[in-house]
Ligand binder design. Sequence first.
Ligand SMILES: *Cc1c(COP(=O)(O)O)cnc(C)c1O
Length: 386
Amino acid sequence: MNTLQVPLVDLKAQYAPLRQEILSSVTKALDSMHLFGGPNVAAFEQEFADLCNVGYCVGVGNGTDAIHLALRAAGVGSNYGDEVITVSHSFIATTEGIWQAGARPVFVDIDQHTYTMDVSQVEDKITPRTKAIVVVHIHGQMADMTTLRLIANRHGLVLIEDAAQAHGATYDGKVAGSVGDLACFSFYPSKNLGAYGDAGAVVTNNPELAARLRRLRDHGSKSKYEHQELGFNSRLDEVQAAIMRVKVPYLHSWNKARQELAARYTGLLQDRGVVTPFVSPRASAIYHHYAVTTPQRDALKNWLQERGIGAAIHYPVPIHLTEAAAAFGEGRGSLPVTEQYTASTLSLPIYAEMTHEQLTYVTEMVHQFNAVYGEAASRKELAAVN
Ligand SMILES: *Cc1c(COP(=O)(O)O)cnc(C)c1O
């Protein structure tokens, strides 16, 4: 029995050194009893807008609402049949936000190297009803935003980034959130920048969109009881903002630690029965997940879990094949790269506080698996050939 445990993420390890700072920030917020619309939210919004190199940040209740409200603010979904081009390889929230806005998701496949949106297929999916593109920076790697920006401009589409996994990532030197007309962030506790509850934000350079988002998140009101339109209740609260204000200054060093861990993983896992993640040379990924692929994914996952390693699948079913969203898709076989990736992807533990000992242990367990199963698999292949 080994004693080493390596969870997929370790929120306690991040909290421990920040505990005093966070408790004093939260205590100040609670002592003031200014729980909504106070100084912490305003300051956090400014700090996060700066981090994303944009003019405006509007805090909302969570990342799913961020997608929903960003589309609403841009008027997408207000006409029956509005279509939004997106990917099926994501957390289901991406499609939920589109559906909540009243639009119809139209899925494109992913690139077979980066597993982000295959931008070469986007124009084939554009119809007279297409209003927007919601692109996902999956696992912390930005999609080809330079090409998507050109496509969106050429066809008059709203370009929205689902950057829930990409706080601080870049593409062609531009930081996540700064290329789309709007970008949506989640601060769910396990994200690279996490609150201690639900929280999210939309960022934009457009002052009208920002103003509309501020109304939509708060019952459509311009000021208290002055309701300009019907809206929603989806505010970021002062306590979550007080917590995140402590964390914002650490984000870059945490992302850097993840990048170093990812580089170590990739070095130690080369030619060991798994395919390590490919990052475009134009991108700087922040490794929200470190996802490898292998045809023996399920066996490897069980092998690692039995050895105290929190390996997980992101995501076990592509959105277009879920029971919930099947009606929007074109069924099995319609997105071959997505479907193949879903069947072979496995996320290994990664978080800024992960030790070298933990990482080495994970890679050794992968090597051991490969020694046992890799050989069995090649024997099977040989038998099949003979
Ligand atoms: C986490 C996540 C969301 C949703 O965020 P919540 O805050 O949980 O609502 C949306 N899209 C992606 C890609 C995510 O990873």
